[in-house]
Write a protein that binds this ligand. Structure first.
Ligand code: FAD
Ligand code: MLT
Ligand code: ZN
Length: 494
């Protein structure tokens, strides 16, 4: 399935594995980290959506940067293609082999190296699972600047390599801002030590940024240094219903101005100086998405019955003054209801209720998987145009498939998902290239946060000019000589 797979041919310059290769890998990694077991390979060959499947015969699990370096140096000299793999939660077919590439999984490189409680800088190995980092930081009074539904499996190296956005980007910005340093191994085995912890360093090119979002195309990220924000004591979560998309949009504008504007000015200036903005998430889902979650996830209920609403918005605030933050949010909600932007709403009364609200939003990818086949699009679009695409798609598809919309509204990021019982070329032909053309016409991006992967490697031209795309290719060729990963995100496959 998928438009890209049919366009890609195995690069004939890559060799195939032989017994000398196996012996070499066993020599450096030991028998147990050279995996040829069919069941384990089958899992590593298949992506989270069960949409992309490779046929690798070998999974390697290095424990150190030195081992990663030895593996890559050897593969490079032998013309063996590789694919770096983290938690394998990627949604664009970039984390699994396209053909028979050697899978290099970072899962055993999962040590926290250092944490500085004064600066909040965490240094760790790339294979650390995001949720483990979140739990560790919780004990230190800090949080990770990113959070996403896949936190239980995805690794920080995978997050960096996809430049994952998630639920807190509206507050803490992208990893381009919070990642302070990286260690990475190039295709030829050279180790790049860019693991700085400085906030400022203007000594030439800041090469780490090339690795953030490069989807493993330039090398393997082995260590990460990241700035983590302090954990604030007061978190409030509202689950709201709006009758139309325009209200969701206006709500956002109102929120950004009103949350701060309604309070005593002196306090406001103080709050801005000391606490920053309290908005920490602004997510939305439409009623089709809500029904999907209710139908497919156990124990979920709509906090705002009866479910006659067209749109739902989740607003989270995070600050350090409980009564003050709560009051601000309540005043804002009251106003939004008075002016008719919100038709109903609930404020989480405790942590259990808050996690049940979040479960509705975070459970959407899983609900879609349970519903059958999913055609997943992750788009950046001007907020005022965004829902127009959803409506046009519904008109195009009619009864052929369900169009499910949700996303990070605060970041202008729509997750457009088309759900049907099974994959069908007829449906795909209605969606692509229409969805990419529409996005390009409205000056959006065909990948807001998931990357290009195998799915969109050949579609980069919808979002990048010819010169820009060919510069991507030069960077990739310069770093890898083209002999490394079969196909990986920001390189064009021609
Ligand atoms: P993988 O899936 O293993 O790999 C992803 C890509 O990075 C591949 O191209 C791989 O080759 C490369 N890679 C992995 N590790 C390394 C490394 N150490 N060095 C070099 N390259 C590497 N994404 C978002 O942006 N926001 C979300 O809110 C979000 N929510 C999600 C929710 C669910 C339920 C799921 C399943 C996925 C979600 N994702 C989201 C998508 C996904 O991109 C992220 O889950 C995550 O960043 C991928 O990390 P991973 O460790 O699983 O990487
Ligand atoms: C999300 O925001 O839930 C993730 O990006 C996953 C998805 O788009 O389904
Ligand atoms: Zn997302």
């Amino acid at each position: 399935f998928g438009s890209a797979t049919t366009l890609v041919q195995r690069n004939p310059s890559f060799s195939t594995l032989n017994s000398d290769d196996m012996n070499y890998f066993k020599g450096i990694l030991g028998e147990k980290n050279v995996i040829q077991d069919e069941d384990r390979l089958s899992i590593a060959n298949t992506d989270w959506m069960h949409k992309y499947r490779g046929s690798s015969k070998l999974l390697l699990q290095p424990r150190t940067t030195e081992e990663v370096s030895q593996i890559l140096k050897y593969c490079n000299s032998r013309f063996l293609a590789v694919v770096p793999q983290g938690g394998n939660t990627g949604l664009v077919g970039g984390s699994v082999p396209v053909f028979d590439e050697v899978i290099i999984n970072l899962g055993l490189m999962n040590n926290i190296i250092a944490f500085d409680k004064v600066s909040g800088i965490l240094v760790c190995e790339a294979g650390c699972i995001l949720e483990n980092l979140i739990s560790f930081l919780d004990t230190q009074g800090f949080i990770m600047p990113l959070d996403l539904g896949a936190k239980g499996s995805c690794q920080i190296g995978g997050n960096v390599s996809t430049n994952a956005g998630g639920l807190r980007l509206v507050r803490y910005g992208s990893l381009h801002g919070t990642v302070l340093g990286l260690e990475a191994v190039l295709a030829n085995g050279d180790v790049l030590d860019m693991l700085g912890t400085l906030r400022k360093d203007n000594t030439g090119y800041d090469l780490k940024h090339l690795f953030i979002g490069s989807e493993g195309s330039l090398g393997i990220v082995t260590k990460v240094s990241i700035l983590t924000p302090p954990k604030l004591s007061s978190v409030n979560l509202a689950f709201l219903a709006c009758n139309d998309y325009f209200s969701c949009q206006k709500l956002q504008m109102l929120l950004l101005t009103r949350l701060a504007g309604n309070v005593n000015q002196k306090l406001l200036v103080e709050a801005k100086r000391k606490l920053g903005e309290i908005l920490s998430a602004f997510e939305f889902l439409d009623n089709v998405a809500m029904d999907l979650v209710l139908d497919h996830l156990d124990g979920v209920r709509n906090p705002l019955p009866p479910s006659l609403h067209n749109f739902y918005v989740l607003i989270e605030t995070t600050g350090s003054h409980e009564s003050y933050d709560r009051e601000k949010l309540e005043a804002f909600l009251l106003h939004a209801m008075e002016v008719g932007l919100v038709s109903d709403g609930a404020l989480a009364q405790d942590i259990n209720q808050a996690s049940s609200f979040w479960h509705i939003r975070e459970g959407l990818p899983e609900a879609l998987m349970k519903a059958g086949a999913v055609y997943k699009y992750d788009l950046s679009l001007p907020i005022e145009k965004m829902y127009g695409l959803v409506e046009e798609m519904r008109t195009r598809l009619g009864a052929l498939a369900k169009v499910v919309a949700y996303g990070h509204l605060g970041d202008g990021n729509l997750h457009l998902n088309i759900s049907s019982p099974q994959y069908d070329e007829k449906i795909l032909a209605q969606i692509e290239p229409f969805v990419y053309e529409w996005t390009s016409k409205h000056h959006g991006s065909i990948s807001a946060e998931h990357g290009l992967g195998l799915m969109k490697a050949n579609e980069i031209f919808y979002s990048k000019s010819t010169n820009t795309a060919s510069t991507h290719r030069s960077v990739w060729t310069g770093a890898t000589n083209g002999m490394y990963k079969e196909i990986a995100g920001p390189q064009k496959n021609t």
